[in-house]
Design a binder for this molecule. Structure first.
Ligand code: NAP
Length: 325
């Protein structure tokens, strides 16, 4: 199958995450200030050469897609130059009615309707990539297959992927769907490394790092699934966000190390954290979530940095708070 995805992939490995460009996660209408800062963030990402944008139907209750759709409508030449990704499958608590629980829904009708909503808000006729946001315990893979077929045949979605899915969950899907899974978006940063903490502790009694994502990175490498890292800046705690008096020593130590490495290379602290993700041989693509234009530019300096094996392990073990076995 021809992957439209690969034809437009940017030479820059970074993805801009649009989660908070719509202001707040609530039903309040978008203010002109929120629209303005959302546009400034998109502009900064584009100016840095980023051409891959990550969304989800739930981000700021749809307002993040709305801000981006307005930007696209005002810049009609842009659509063909960018890769637009969105996600579906999470239903927030009290949505659409008061009293409903937070839940997941990967049923046929939910997927198809969610994509229609995203396309409407984004003011486009297709998504380059659709991700299933989180695994739905009640998933019926044949329904997902029907939804993917419908979306693919109607040209509404060109490529499909998942987020926060284990190898077993991907295998279950692959047994029913025709289209390849091209992406798995997972949380990954120096302070969130569960996916390889277990890998280096095979066959050890202690410490026990077993987790259901075991082998996920290797599985995606073997199956040509691009990994994308959400939470790539660890919410800023390694790059200048003030740390509270109770913050863990390992976080302080890692933040100091990041600062030292940044000074040595005359780059931003953000560049070091993002370069640490890029150093992984799986080709993990960081999803940058900051809305601050200066921080977006600071993240983009990462492509100029090459961390050595020693730098990488120094950051990893500082963040773990202990050495490797
Ligand atoms: N698939 C999933 O389940 C999933 C889950 C979450 C997110 N995502 C995607 O991944 C993207 C990134 O995720 P994320 O937003 O959790 O990641 P992140 O990059 O770790 O965190 C971004 C947040 O940290 C703040 N921040 C960064 N540096 C800071 C500093 N020096 N001082 C103070 N605050 C700082 C940012 O605030 P400012 O905006 O003010 O800079 C922003 O609120 C999202 O936009 C979304 O596209 C996916």
């Amino acid at each position: 199958m021809q992957l439209h995805f690969t034809t437009k992939i940017s030479s820059k490995p970074l993805i801009y995450g649009c989660m908070t460009i719509g202001g707040d996660f609530d039903a309040s209408p978008l203010s002109s200030e929120q629209r303005k800062s959302g546009r400034a963030a998109i502009d900064a990402a584009l100016e840095c050469g980023i051409n891959f944008f990550d969304h989800a139907d739930i981000y700021c209750f749809g307002k993040s897609e709305t801000v981006f759709g307005e930007f696209l409508a005002a810049n009609p030449d842009l659509r063909d130059k960018i890769i637009l990704q969105s996600k579906c499958g999470i239903c927030l608590r009290n949505q659409p009615e008061e009293g409903l629980p937070g839940r997941y829904d990967l049923s046929f009708s939910h997927i198809v309707n969610a994509v229609d909503g995203s396309l409407r808000r984004l003011q486009t006729d297709h998504l380059d990539v659709l991700l299933l946001h989180r695994p739905d315990i009640l998933i019926e893979p044949k329904e997902v297959a029907q939804a993917f077929d419908r979306l693919y045949r109607t040209g509404k979605v060109r490529n499909f992927g998942v987020s926060n899915h284990t190898p077993a969950q991907i295998e279950l899907l692959k047994a029913s769907i025709e289209q390849p899974i091209v992406v798995n978006q997972i949380e990954y940063n120096p302070l969130h490394t569960v996916l390889h903490d277990s890998a280096i502790h095979a066959n050890m009694k202690r410490p026990h790092f077993g987790n259901p994502g075991e082998g996920l990175i290797e599985y995606c490498q073997l199956h040509g699934i691009t990994l994308q890292a959400w939470g790539s800046l660890a919410k800023g705690v390694l790059t200048g966000k003030p740390l509270g008096p109770d913050s863990e020593p390992r976080i302080r130590d890692t933040a100091m190390l990041v600062e030292r490495l940044a000074k040595e290379r005359s780059v931003s602290k953000e560049a070091i954290v993002i370069a640490w993700i890029l150093r992984h041989p799986a080709g993990i693509r960081p999803v940058i979530g900051t809305t601050n234009p200066d921080r977006i530019r600071a993240c983009c300096e990462a492509t100029k940095v090459e961390l050595s094996r020693i730098d990488w392990y120094q950051v990893y073990t500082a963040a773990l708070g202990h050495g490797v076995p």
